[in-house]
Design a binder for this molecule. Structure first.
Ligand code: AMP
Ligand code: MG
Length: 412
C-alpha cells in the first residue's frame, strides 16, 4: 500500500480526484478552460446563400458556353440585401459574403471575367450551377450542438462561442492550489543572503508548473521543521482543493509532514513511489482536499508534479487529455540503470532525418536544477530495464514549452 509503482500511484491519485463543479465565465477569460455544457447554434450561418468570392452572380444556363457577355444590373456588397432579380442575360456584381440575388444560381470569380463596359462583363469560363455559393446553414444550423461538453477551449472554440453570441459560458471550475515549502535550512526569496542556507526553489518551480496549467496558486511560504508550526501551515493549506507541500516527507527524524498530516485527519493513500527521482512521495485525502507530499529535492519535486499532480489537476478541470504528450525518440548516448525503479531522465530533443533524438540534458542528480532548466522532456526508463544503449528507441514525455519550435517545420 505504501510503496507503489509509478503506474499504481498515478492510478490511485486519478481514482481519488473528482471533476470540480461548473462556474460561469466570460468569453474573454475562457481560453484553456473546459466546457461544462453543450453549446448550440442560435441561427443558421450563413443566414442565406452567400457568395464565396468577389465576382458576379449569374444564371448558369447563360454561361453553358463561354465566353458570354452579360448585363450588370446591380452591385451587392456584404451586408446589403439584393434589390433585383437576375433575369436571362443578366448578372449582379457581388462581394464575398453578400447574399446571392434571386434568379442567380452560381457565382463566377472576378479573375475569370473581363470588363466590357460599366454595365457589361464578359464571362470567360463555363460556370456550373451552385459554383462558389456557400449555402445557408453551411457553417452551422440553428439549434445544432456546435461544441460539446468536455471540449477544451482553444482559440477556434472561442471564435465559435462568439459566433453563437455566448458572452458567458459554463466551464469546470479550476482547483484552488496552495504551495508550502518545509525545512529549517530554507532561505526565502526575500530573506537576507546566508551562505549556509538553501534557497527555496520549490515554491517557485511548483508555482510555475501550476501557472503553466492556467491556475494561479497561493504561496503559503516556508514552514520550519517544527511540529506545531508545520501543523498550523498544513491546517491552513487543507482549506484549498489541492495542497502541494515539499520536503519533510521522507524518513528522517525531522520529517514531520506525514505524521502531522495524519494528525490533522488526512488519510494517507501512499507515501513512497518506486521512482527516481522522487522516491519519498506521499498522497493523502481529507474531505474534498487532496495533499501531495512532494520530495524536497527540487528536481524530484518537479518530476513528481509532472507524474501525479499535473494529471490530477487536469482531471479536476474536466480535461480528457490529462497526460503530457509522449513521443518516440532515438537515444543519443548510453544511459545506465542500476536499480529497479522507474527512472525519469531529463533530455533535450533534436530533430533527425527520421524522427527525434534524445540527449540527456546533463547531470541527473535530484537536486540539479540546471539539467531540468534546459530539458525538453522526461525520458522514461522502465523499472525492469538493464540500461539503455545509444540508438535505442525511447519514450519521452514532452515538458511544457516543447509544443513550440524555432522554425516552421524545422528545429525545436
Ligand atoms: P527533505 O525531503 O526535506 O529531506 O529535503 C531533501 C533535500 O531537498 C534537502 O537537501 C533539502 O535541503 C532540499 N530542499 C527541501 N526543500 C527545498 C526547497 N523548497 N527548495 C530547495 N531545496 C529544498
Ligand atoms: Mg527537510
Amino acid at each position: 500500500m505504501e510503496h507503489l509503482t509509478v503506474t499504481a500511484a498515478q492510478q490511485c491519485v486519478l481514482e481519488s480526484v473528482k471533476l470540480l463543479g461548473a462556474e460561469s465565465v466570460k468569453l474573454e477569460q475562457l481560453l484553456g478552460r473546459v466546457l461544462a455544457e453543450d453549446i448550440r447554434a442560435n441561427r443558421d450561418q450563413p443566414p442565406y446563400d452567400v457568395s464565396a468570392m468577389d465576382g458576379f452572380a449569374l444564371r448558369s444556363a447563360d454561361v453553358a458556353n463561354a465566353p458570354a457577355t452579360l448585363e450588370i444590373i446591380e452591385d451587392i456588397k456584404a451586408g446589403d440585401m439584393p434589390q433585383k432579380t437576375v433575369q436571362a442575360g443578366q448578372c449582379a456584381r457581388i462581394m464575398t459574403g453578400a447574399p446571392v440575388p434571386p434568379g442567380a444560381d452560381a457565382v463566377i470569380r472576378v479573375e475569370d471575367t473581363q470588363a466590357v463596359s460599366d454595365t457589361q462583363v464578359q464571362i470567360n469560363v463555363i460556370v456550373k450551377a451552385s459554383n462558389d455559393i456557400r449555402p445557408r446553414g453551411e457553417s452551422m444550423k440553428n439549434g445544432e450542438v456546435v461544441l460539446q461538453r468536455g471540449t477544451e477551449i482553444i482559440p477556434g472554440a472561442v471564435g465559435m462561442l462568439a459566433m453563437v453570441k455566448r458572452s458567458t459560458v459554463q466551464v469546470y471550475r479550476q482547483p484552488r492550489v496552495a504551495i508550502l515549502s518545509t525545512g529549517d535550512e530554507l532561505e526565502g526569496l526575500n530573506d537576507p543572503f546566508d551562505a549556509n542556507k538553501i534557497p527555496d526553489a520549490n515554491t517557485y518551480a511548483l508555482m510555475a508548473q501550476v501557472q503553466a496549467l492556467g491556475i494561479e496558486p497561493v504561496l503559503l511560504g516556508i514552514a520550519r521543521d517544527d511540529p506545531d508550526e508545520l501543523r498550523r501551515y498544513l491546517q491552513d493549506g487543507l482549506k484549498y482543493d489541492v495542497l502541494l507541500v515539499s520536503g519533510g516527507t521522507s524518513v528522517g527524524v525531522h520529517d514531520y509532514v506525514r505524521p502531522t498530516l495524519e494528525g490533522l485527519g488526512v488519510q494517507m493513500k501512499f507515501w513512497r513511489v518506486e521512482m527516481k527521482p522522487g522516491h519519498p512521495m506521499a498522497f493523502g485525502v481529507k474531505d474534498s482536499a487532496f495533499v501531495f507530499g512532494l520530495p524536497g529535492n527540487p528536481v524530484s519535486s518537479m518530476v513528481c508534479f509532472e507524474q501525479f499532480v499535473l494529471p490530477a489537476l487536469r482531471r479536476m478541470m474536466g480535461f480528457t487529455r490529462i497526460h503530457r504528450r509522449t513521443i518516440t525518440a532515438r537515444l543519443a548516448q548510453d544511459v545506465k540503470h542500476m536499480h529497479s525503479r522507474t527512472e525519469f531522465v531529463r533530455v533535450m530533443l533534436s530533430r533527425e532525418a527520421d524522427g527525434y533524438a534524445a540527449t540527456p540534458a546533463g547531470a541527473q542528480g535530484s537536486g540539479i536544477l540546471a539539467s531540468m532548466s534546459r530539458a525538453d522532456g522526461l525520458m522514461t526508463v522502465p523499472a525492469d530495464s538493464k540500461g539503455m544503449a545509444a540508438g535505442d528507441k525511447v519514450t519521452v514525455q514532452l515538458l511544457d514549452g516543447t509544443a513550440y519550435q524555432i522554425d516552421a517545420g524545422g528545429e525545436w
